[in-house]
Design a protein around this ligand. Structure first.
Ligand code: FE2
Length: 283
């Protein structure tokens, strides 16, 4: 089964730095129908399901994110009317979703490998959201192809290099404290710089690592399949941000932003890897 339709020229123009759309052929699969997702949610460990009320704003204060007062099962059963947002994390633990993830990434990897190396850590997530719900402004540390299965979803994506929108220290924070909340402060003035993509069933969208975005659901229930991976380059970026974050917080130094001085980055990264090597010899 062919999962994706990729336009190589468009892929190469944008990947891995900016968003672009492609087409997929998964929208009619029974594995993504609500009864199948309800059954899946019952098999998932509780800590792999995150959900809350979906009546949020782009700049939502994470501490004030409202619960929806329902169980996971009730949330999925009533998703059309309960104004909620729910994600099933790491669904690749289930054979059918692992097979779909692998099939999609096997098609994507030859294209991605033209600009990246060492592609690894495949993972899949399923988002189930009520009409009109909002995913607040945030960024993610992995390459993500968001495949829209059901309903309409509009993603507002921002330049990953615009530090007026996402400060260097906010990125560092994410890598130092992996468990820190994903929401970022949002200002209305940012919106003029958004690249806006409206996805219908069959559409897919690439979301670059560290490219901030927020999502507005359409007027129907939405189901999206998110397939993610990492690379040697994203691992390197993660190590550099983590080091810079520690330098800033522990030593009060303002580090040179990642990517601004490649030679400095290379020195830092060489140091990190040498230390890791030493540590592994020591144990
Ligand atoms: Fe995201």
């Amino acid at each position: 089964m062919k999962c994706l339709t990729i336009q190589p020229k468009r892929f190469n123009q944008h990947f891995p730095d900016s968003g672009f759309t492609l087409q997929h052929h998964l929208a009619s699969l029974g594995a993504f129908a609500l009864p199948a997702l309800l059954a899946l949610s019952r098999r998932m460990p509780a800590d792999s399901v995150e959900y809350n009320a979906g009546t949020l704003v782009p700049g939502q204060d994470p501490a004030a994110t409202p619960r929806n007062g329902l169980s996971i099962e009730e949330t999925i059963e009533r998703i059309e009317h309960c104004q909620s947002w729910l994600v099933l994390k790491h669904v690749e633990r289930e054979p059918i979703y692992k097979a779909l993830l692998d099939a999609c990434l096997d098609e994507l990897y030859p294209h991605a490998a033209q600009s990246l190396s060492g592609l690894h850590d495949r993972a899949a997530f399923i988002f189930i959201t009520s009409p009109d719900s909002v995913t607040p402004f945030h960024f993610d540390p992995e390459y993500n192809f968001l495949l829209q299965i059901r309903g309409e979803k509009t993603m507002h994506q921002f330049d990953k290099y615009d530090r007026g929108i996402l400060p260097e220290a906010a990125i560092e924070e994410k890598y130092v404290y992996a468990s820190s909340h994903r929401n970022q402060p949002f200002q209305e003035a940012f919106q003029a710089k958004a690249h806006t993509f409206t996805l219908k069933p069959g559409d897919g969208l690439f979301v670059p690592i560290n490219a901030p975005h927020w999502v507005q659901n359409g007027k129907e229930v939405s189901v999206s399949f998110s397939i993610t991976f990492h690379s040697e380059q994203s691992d390197r970026i993660a190590r550099l941000y983590k080091l810079n974050g520690l330098l800033r917080r522990k030593l009060g130094i303002t580090p040179t932003p990642v990517g601004q001085q490649p030679r400095k980055d290379a020195l830092k990264h060489g140091g990190i890897m040498a230390l890791r090597q030493l540590k592994s010899l020591w144990v």
